[in-house]
Design a protein. Structure first.
Length: 598
């Protein structure tokens, strides 16, 4: 009995230590451990969201007109490039209005062009002016004023948010600059919202901001603005109370301490009905009013890109290839259904951890049978895990898993070390990195290597060809020294845009490193790869690039081309051959395409 009492005392002491340790984490003194727990907790959230997906149903009144792969090809064949003339969007708005949709929301930016307005701009402005159910997008950012002066937004876009300090003080929601829409559009409508999204450290989008703070005013997310009009809410009546944004008495958005809301996902990509842009344009051209009414009457329409070449693909808990436009549709669905996830407090996680520790410690000490005590401990943990899934499914409650299980595991180990001298095992958990380069919005080097391995495997297994293009901007270091790194970054972005516009949707443009870029061309022979390489080379050679100071400059590129199996049978050989071609291009004076090293 005394021995059991001693063991019980040890567990009590360990439990007290865990509670103190938890309090210290709460106070922010163990940031590294807190970040570890947080990253692991994200993964448990992702798993639970995927488990409950089959039991969710999205709002059928929300539809997406998607610039998907067929639509992208349709557009490029019709207009030769992306973006399309703005007269196309004007025609789309007028065509859709025949179906009497509730709202038409563009997850696309219509920013100011260089030079005077063209006919397409004027048509778009008139279409937006004539149809006050059209909502347009802008983006906030923190660009230095040396790159872009922070514009003053016109009155009427902001909302009167009471007690909004949680938004104002959030590092995610307080911005110093804005990528403003055309002034002429701002003159004819106040139906604007902002489409910023934020990723967690693992590159996954789990949260969304319903409000933003800019120049002493609060501005709504695009979807928040639509919801306010959809629900007939006075935009001056919004207020925050107890970390909750109240749109009205019936619709509220629970906020995290950083002012963002946790999205409750309804499914993987394609959750909402997607209608290809080419289908809609075709129906409008044919005057097929029946089709338009069937698809869009009394619906909220989001218009955005789902094709990977346009780089608006996000990673979410339910899919690593999730269209950005569908994120906004999911947000609206959450608002209309009051279906946001509510994260339990750290205090609640500590209480749950203490309860689990008490139950596990009790059974380990009470039962003499090792298998039974282990079985009871496992049953307690499994029961709690099932409870967390049910809590999320039926009550939208995100209960902590990692900290309670971590505490329970320590108690379990401590009890058995004290009683049976058992050893513990540590488990490692890794997460997938984001696949997109932040500066150029091309795929990153990690993704490049994965795609090279996959393409080599496909050619080795099924035959055929695939090609690799390596691109290097000539004298880029000298360019940076002369014009500055900000202008260099601007040129990198514009070069990347030019590359993406001159390759197929099936090709994979990547940032290889520094000023080097690459394109993986699937199912492409050497001569076709050379044609594509010269197309890219010529497009960059003929383009003028805007610098950070507003001046313009030309740059040239050197290009190397390799093809499997002609120039290698594994990624290393192909990269080495393309690199040698690139080196030869530089040796021969740069500004050229080389595909042979003989």
């Amino acid at each position: 009995m005394n021995k059991k009492k001693q063991i019980f005392d040890v567990i009590v002491y360990i439990l007290m230590f865990l509670l103190v340790f938890g309090f210290l984490i709460y106070a922010g003194r163990f940031n590294a451990f807190g970040k570890f727990v947080g990253s692991m907790e994200f993964k448990t959230f992702d798993i639970r969201q995927n488990l409950i997906l089959p039991h969710k149903e999205n709002n059928k009144d929300i539809v997406i007109i998607a610039v998907d792969d067929p639509s992208y090809e349709y557009i490029t064949e019709k207009f030769g490039t992306w973006p399309v003339p703005r007269s196309f969007w004007a025609k789309l708005i007028k065509g859709l209005e025949v179906a009497n949709p509730k709202f038409i929301a563009f997850d696309l930016l219509f920013t100011k062009r260089l030079g005077a307005l063209d006919e397409g701009d004027l048509k778009l402005i008139q279409a937006v002016k004539d149809n006050q159910n059209v909502y347009l997008s802008m983006n906030f950012d923190n660009y230095p004023s040396t790159i872009r002066l922070a514009p003053q937004l016109p009155e009427g876009l902001e909302v009167n948010l009471k007690n909004g300090n949680i938004i104002k003080n959030s590092p995610f929601l307080h911005f110093s600059n804005c990528r403003k829409a055309m002034d002429e559009l701002l003159d004819v409508t106040s139906n604007f919202g902002f489409i910023n999204v934020t990723r967690d450290d693992d590159g996954i989008i789990r949260y969304i901001a319903p409000m933003f703070y800019y120049k002493d005013a609060y501005y709504p997310n695009l979807t928040t603005a639509i919801a306010i009009k959809y629900l007939n809410i006075d935009p001056n009546s919004l207020y925050v109370k107890d970390n909750t944004l109240y749109l009205d008495n019936s619709h509220k958005i629970p906020l995290n301490p950083d002012g963002r809301a946790t999205i409750n996902w309804y499914g993987r990509e394609g959750t909402f009905e997607h209608i290809g842009l080419w289908q809609v344009d075709d129906a409008i051209n044919r005057g097929d009013i029946k089709f338009l009414k069937e698809k869009f009457e009394n619906k909220v329409i989001y218009i955005g890109t789902t094709v990977t070449a346009l780089a608006d693909i996000k990673s979410t808990p339910v899919s690593f290839m999730y269209p950005g436009v569908e994120t906004h549709a999911t947000f609206l669905n959450n608002i209309l259904d009051n279906n946001f996830i509510i994260h339990s407090s750290f205090r609640a996680d500590i209480i749950i951890a203490a309860l689990l520790c008490f139950l596990i410690g009790f059974f380990i000490l009470k039962l003499d049978s090792v298998p039974y005590s282990i079985l009871c401990s496992v049953a307690i943990v499994v029961a709690y895990l099932i409870f967390t899934v049910l809590a999320m499914e039926y009550f939208n409650l995100w209960l902590g898993i990692i900290l309670p299980l971590f505490s329970a595991t320590l108690i379990f180990i401590a009890a058995y070390i004290t009683k049976y001298l058992l050893k513990s095992k540590d488990y490692e958990h890794t997460y997938k990195l984001a696949v997109t380069d932040g500066l150029t919005e091309m795929y990153n080097h990690r993704y490049f290597q994965e795609q090279m391995i996959m393409n080599v495997g496909n050619v080795a297994r099924y035959g055929g060809n695939f090609s690799l293009i390596l691109i290097d901007i000539d004298f880029f270091k000298k360019f940076n020294d002369k014009h500055g790194h900000q202008s260099g970054d601007a040129v990198l972005r514009q070069v990347a845009q030019t590359i993406k516009r001159n390759v197929r949707t099936s090709d994979i443009p990547c940032r290889y490193g520094g000023e080097e870029m690459s394109v993986i061309l699937t199912n492409t022979k050497k001569e076709d790869a050379i044609t594509t390489a010269k197309k890219i080379w010529n497009a960059i050679r003929e383009r003028k690039f805007e610098l950070a100071d507003g001046n313009w400059a030309n740059v040239t590129i050197s290009v190397g081309v390799a093809t499997m199996p002609d120039n290698g049978n594994n990624p290393q050989e192909l990269i080495e051959f393309a690199d040698k071609c690139l080196y030869k291009a530089k040796q021969n004076g740069r500004d050229q395409v080389v595909s042979d090293i003989d």
